[in-house]
Structures are given as C-alpha cells and as structure tokens.
Design a binder for this molecule. Sequence first.
Ligand SMILES: [Zn+2]
Length: 76
Amino acid sequence: MKCAACHTELVKKKGEIDLRINGKLYIGRNISYEECPSCGEKVLSPEVSQNLYEKIKHGEFAEETLRIPILEGTYV
Ligand SMILES: [Zn+2]
C-alpha cells in the first residue's frame, strides 16, 4: 500500500499508536499498522480500525492517567 499523502510505499509496523476518535485521545497498544517512512503518516487496515471502534463502542479499554506534555504555541 502507498501513502495517500506522498505516495511513498508504506512500511508494516507493530506497536503503540495514538488515535483521536470523536475528539477523544486513545492510545492503542500492540497494534499492527503501516507507516510512511517519508511523512510519518500512519494507516490502519480496515479490520484493525473496525476492531478498535468496536472496543471503544463496548467500553473495552483500560483507563490510565498519563502525563502528556502540552506545547503552547505563539501567534507570530
Ligand atoms: Zn507519506
């Protein structure tokens, strides 16, 4: 599969990804995905994203408190 943004061949990876679904931030662990080595775009297969959406729908996730670094931008 190729990157939709820059058409580089995607590389298969496994690990942790962050997802924003309906405005809420989720961390996915042990996820198979493909990543663009050029622009960093991450792509989930339809099967994997379907599976994750099902888990969210049924509340099948653990909640952990994370300290997330917030970067404050400045208007230039
Ligand atoms: Zn790309």
